[in-house]
Design a protein around this ligand. Structure first.
Ligand SMILES: [Zn+2]
Length: 276
């Protein structure tokens, strides 16, 4: 490595260390520190980085104070949790918060296409490839985007409190439901609930026609089972812009939008972002 290149790299490092990554926001999401919820933790400082379970956490400046906006996984234990903060001068400290219990009820669904419950070997190859793609999109961290925490429902339909349901397909236990289902007729338009950049689109085994929309700083939303996808990866969309239409592609029992909200690589209850 040349000396010039080393100096450039060193300068880049210094710039990134001193860059305070908090974004100014005009509203916060609803706080609900339960598994599948959100903890809003005052940092009482100006941290430049925050981590929870090794994932980078969104730092927001709201009315002159800084907060770590922490997504809590559905699998989280009840009790004390910690977020680690780093300041630009290299100090590190820990803030604790309590996660309280929430009971999520059981849901039993019958799927007539049994391959969608017990996929064959070829299906598994496809499923593993697709989950890697989705994992990568969900771990995106784009600091050029300004996350917005207040969202309008992405589709006009019947919202159920379906997030977190402990699911059984054809009496077999599966992962808990990580989004909100909004029932609507096939073809009903779906709108971006907040501005962002389309991170990925695809036709996935379980999720059907899917969009992953990146709002910045780890706030990322997912739209599944769509009839049509009206956007392409890399496109910038504004709040209220149509991104697709409701369908019944993938593993479904009828037409609906499955909508997930991701914070620090964790699926949290979308209802905590809704304003209406
Ligand atoms: Zn769903």
């Amino acid at each position: 490595m040349t000396l010039k290149r080393s100096i450039v790299l060193l300068l880049l490092c210094l710039v990134s260390i001193h860059n305070v990554l908090a974004v100014e926001v005009t509203a916060l999401p609803t706080e609900l520190a339960v598994p599948g919820g959100i903890a809003i933790v005052p940092t009482n400082t100006m941290a430049s980085r925050a981590h929870y379970n090794n994932d980078t956490v969104l730092l927001a400046e709201y009315e002159g104070e800084q907060y770590a906006i922490v997504g809590i996984p559905l699998s989280a234990s009840i009790g004390e949790h910690a977020v680690t903060l780093q300041t630009s001068d290299g100090q590190e400290f820990t803030k604790h918060f309590q996660v309280t219990d929430k009971e999520y009820v059981e849901q039993r669904l019958t799927i007539t296409n049994t391959r969608q419950v017990n996929p064959n070997n070829d299906d598994m190859v496809r499923i593993n490839r697709e989950s890697a793609q989705m994992r990568e999109a969900f771990s995106s961290w784009d600091e050029s985007l300004q996350p917005v925490f207040q969202m309008r429902p992405p589709v006009d339909g019947i919202r159920s409190s379906s997030f977190g349901l402990r699911r059984f397909f054809n009496d077999q236990p599966r992962a808990p439901h990580s989004g909100m289902d909004i029932a609507a007729d096939e073809g009903t338009p779906i709108f971006a609930p907040a501005p962002g950049v389309i991170r990925a689109t695809g036709n996935y085994f379980f999720n059907g026609n899917t969009i992953i929309l990146d709002h910045g700083h780890g706030l990322i939303t997912l739209y599944c089972h769509m009839n049509t996808i009206d956007v392409e990866p890399g496109m910038r969309v504004e709040a209220g812009e149509q991104i697709g239409k409701v369908g019944q592609t993938g593993r479904v029992t009828g037409p609906h939008l499955h909508w997930s909200v991701n914070l620090n690589n964790v699926r949290v209850d979308p209802a905590l972002f809704l304003v209406e």
